[in-house]
Write a protein that binds this ligand. Sequence first.
Ligand SMILES: NC(=O)C1=CN([C@@H]2O[C@H](COP(=O)(O)OP(=O)(O)OC[C@H]3O[C@@H](n4cnc5c(N)ncnc54)[C@H](O)[C@@H]3O)[C@@H](O)[C@H]2O)C=CC1
Ligand SMILES: O=C(CO)COP(=O)(O)O
Length: 349
Amino acid sequence: MAPKSVCIVGSGNWGSAIAKIIGYNVQRQPDAFEKKVKMYMYEEIVDGRKLTEIVNTDHENVKYLPGIKLPENVVAIPDVIEACTGADMLVFVLPHQFVKKVCEQMKGHIKPGAVAISMIKGFAITGGGIQLISHIIAQELGTECAVLMGANLAKEVAEEEFCETTIGSKTDSTGQLFKDLVETPYFRVAVVKDADTVEMCGALKNVVAIGAGIVDGIKQGDNTKAAVIRLGLMEMIKFGEEFFPGSRRNTFFESCGIADLVATCHGGRNRMLGAAVVESDKTIQELEKEILKGQSFQGPLVAREVCSMLEEKGLCDKFPMFVAVNKICQRVMDPKLFISCLRNHPAHL
Ligand SMILES: NC(=O)C1=CN([C@@H]2O[C@H](COP(=O)(O)OP(=O)(O)OC[C@H]3O[C@@H](n4cnc5c(N)ncnc54)[C@H](O)[C@@H]3O)[C@@H](O)[C@H]2O)C=CC1
Ligand SMILES: O=C(CO)COP(=O)(O)O
């Protein structure tokens, strides 16, 4: 079979870290993958130069993953149609609010038989309710779409610190193909079939991580944060029962579940946001600009998406942590009340 060509759709903090892995891995497997990896990059000017030009000449994404060299076979392309045309494998790694628009542009330009994977941690709300991003990609582009989620803080992955991740794929062949594309000695991949639960975990942990940050902001210690992680996991499992029936309990014990909760509740951007919301009166948008300098917090958006579904279904009282995080992000609840709303959590009854 001819080597497969790969296109990465997205080039932020995680997008660039995964581009580093993919760029090296395709070189190690020339029979399986084409050497050139095209990476769609949303164009912007950094220090008077186009970011695509910086990446293609200096081989570093100075804005979103500074200090990390990217392999020279990763080529940044500002036009998503040019980037995806002819690709056999599409790796989606954009902040979730941009997915629909980017897919609309790509529609009609996808190679027949191409397969996709989503590394995006979020949901979409459509007329049909809460939707998984991989389902939107599959519907829009007519491709199969697997998912990859795990305890994978981008900077640590880019610095080649050991971690695990989970690929969820309904078919074994697609799961294995993407495992071959991304696995390294420091990035170990487990493939499971329960893809919807894998993806749901990745989205919901963003909300719990804000809760962990709120705990830091109100100066509570590790016991309290552990309680937030545990209650968050309970709400994630419950959310699966309500919205994605058929979830396998074991999936929550993969890297995408408990491990990602632990990692992001200690080290993630959403955790930072939770602490900052307590410590300042600024809006989420102001904090995002100030703290992340162009990167994106996914948690507040996910909390809003989740709570709009909970309200619609009359389920808010079963998910007090998700609801409290959303209210605190919306600035309609005093963060000091966060603990009291966990005190009477249904998990204690
Ligand atoms: N950063 C991390 O440690 C990890 C992130 N993720 C997930 O990966 C996904 C992508 O996150 P990151 O790569 O970290 O992105 P990021 O947070 O660095 O986001 C910035 C990216 O959005 C792009 N962008 C801005 N406006 C745009 C527009 N209008 N259209 C298209 N793109 C636009 C920017 O060019 C940049 O590439 C998210 O769902 C995130 O939750 C998953 C694992 C780890
Ligand atoms: O998903 C992540 C690590 O697995 C990154 O989380 P943050 O977006 O909160 O930094």
